[in-house]
Ligand binder design. Structure first.
Ligand SMILES: Nc1ncnc2c1ncn2[C@@H]1O[C@H](COP(=O)(O)OP(=O)(O)OP(=O)(O)O)[C@@H](O)[C@H]1O
Length: 277
């Protein structure tokens, strides 16, 4: 459903006019319902890849190659076609959930406006649907949360709201950019589990950007390892874990900042390491 072919991103320094190539001709494909993790060190080009898919690369940047979503090349599509794809088919879950919601509107408005099937409903029905959405992401005190403004909710709760909103719009592709990095480990585990469960339930494809190899392995079918703007290997978490092809990937695995405790959704690699030890 998503096909990226020979993606090159070049940015131009507005002061000096100097051009720098940031992504060096990357290609990958994503099947319907599949989750691909983009993993790599800081600055390796993970977020820029997502930005290219979203069409929000830095001003003055040049993108070449192809980014096809269900056969439509987003690099050559008309403005109207692109607007529709971005509004209907793509949903972004970013690191900071506060950025996704309007700070002066209650959560209720965010959810109702994003719902594909609630816009035509009366206010009461739309509210019932919004409450139902919240229950789907494990939020029980729906009345309080619907009435709350974003600043009144914790990051973890708000990220659940963002996930609920993303799912409700019935997108084809979820783009998750370090969605749990700002959360503490326990909350992170809960939010990752909800994201994983909802994505599978709705059969959505996902590109999951993270520097955390364990986390990516926990929620993705395949991992693409990025280094200095290039994808250096792609494989299933098991393939990457058991047969890393590059020294860089081996170092990434060795340098993981923390090992997750048993039972944490991201304990996949750690548990195996324990088992191998
Ligand atoms: N607005 C920008 N203009 C020019 N270059 C940029 C811009 N933003 C990022 N870069 C450069 O693009 C490269 C890739 O950055 P990117 O943000 O995609 O990395 P990343 O892998 O997502 O890292 P992180 O995990 O730190 O977010 C880096 O060398 C970075 O310096």
């Amino acid at each position: 459903m998503l096909r990226i072919n020979n993606l090159v991103l070049t940015v131009t320094d507005p002061d000096t006019g100097q051009q720098t190539e940031i992504l060096h001709g990357n290609s990958f494909e994503l099947a319907q319902g599949e989750a691909l993790g983009l993993v790599g060190e800081s600055g390796s080009g993970k977020s820029m890849t997502l930005k290219c898919v979203l069409g929000i690369e830095p001003p003055g940047a040049r993108v070449t190659g192809a980014i096809e979503l269900d056969g439509t090349d987003m690099l050559t599509a008309s403005g109207e076609a692109l607007r529709k794809i971005r509004a209907n088919d793509l949903a972004l879950i970013a690191q900071n959930p506060h950025g996704a919601l309007n700070p002066v509107l209650p959560v209720e408005r965010f959810l109702i406006e994003g719902m594909s099937d609630a816009r035509s409903k009366d206010k009461k029905t739309a509210r019932v649907l919004a409450a139902d959405l919240l229950r789907q992401v494990g939020i029980d005190d729906t009345e309080r949360v619907l009435r709350s403004y974003p600043h009144q909710l914790s990051g973890g709760l708000l990220q659940r709201v963002v996930i609920a909103g993303a799912i409700s719009g019935d997108p084809k592709l979820l783009l998750a950019d370090e969605p749990t990095t700002a959360l503490d480990v326990t909350t992170q585990a809960e939010v990752v589990a909800i994201l994983d469960e909802k994505r599978r339930e709705h059969g959505l494809s996902m590109v999951f950007v993270t520097h955390d190899l364990d986390l990516a392995a926990a929620v993705c079918d395949r991992l693409a390892v990025m280094k200095d703007g290039e994808i250096v290997e792609i494989g299933t978490p098991e393939e990457i874990r058991d047969h890393p092809e590059t020294e860089y990937t081996r170092n990434l695995m060795a340098a993981r900042p923390m090992l997750y405790p048993k039972g944490h959704p991201a304990a996949f690699l750690s548990e195996n390491k324990e088992a191998q030890a």
